[in-house]
Design a binder for this molecule. Sequence first.
Ligand code: IPE
Ligand code: IPE
Ligand code: MG
Length: 253
Amino acid sequence: MSGLILDLKSNIDFKNVPQHIAIIMDGNGRWAKKQGEDRIFGHHEGVNSVREIVEACGEIGVKYLTLYAFSTENWNRPKDEVDALMELLIATISLETPNLHKKGVKLHAIGDIKSLPQGCQNQLQESIDITANNTTVNLILALSYSSKWEITNAVKQIAENVKQGVVNPNDINANLISEHLNTKNFPDPELMIRTSGEHRISNFLLWQLAYAEFYFTETLWPDFRKNEFYQAILSYQKRERRFGLTGEQIQNN
Ligand code: IPE
Ligand code: IPE
Ligand code: MG
């Protein structure tokens, strides 16, 4: 196994590693059901994948990793599961912070953080403060996040600024909109990975993924580990990103 990991890793072109990777970590529930366990068991196991992928980012130089951990729509799940997820979030962040800090990881959160239970908000803030000066990997947790929520808020803020006379409608452009999103301090992801065989975006980073490459895998999140992460990066590196140009234009440049 470690030989395989080494092989895949040594094939990576380190000059062309995505700066920012976004992941829809999906399939925890199905992973648990497959072994006759409760869905929450899958969420617990998913934490081990998170740890490995964050570590892999540090090893190969991915500077930003955004993980979709809880969506606005996930609030509609059964109360037991939502409560268990919030508890798991607090416990995981608290337990992992020393390790993240040691590895130079800087923690961020995007989403409607105020809608999280107070204990969760406190733990999150504590870990964000502890890791604030780190520079190795920016780990961005999307919590109570949805892209339509984020864009709606941006529109409201911009409209308010127009009303106050601070912004001229003619000055509204893509940059101004980006600056009003939760992700304003991060570059757009070059690569988006979704596990568990679902081929949809589920209200994740609609604006920011405009030109991202997508990688879909049948693997369920608790089974998604370093070697498959490296496979995703190798797949990314084989692609030609054209941004609307022709293939000839890209190759002649
Ligand atoms: C992803 O796994 C984790 C969260 C959405 C919190 P799921 O819980 O969606 O697992 P499946 O898709 O039901 O298998
Ligand atoms: C998306 O997964 C949200 C997270 C991974 C946190 P879901 O499992 O909630 O997405 P849908 O409902 O299948 O689209
Ligand atoms: Mg799911």
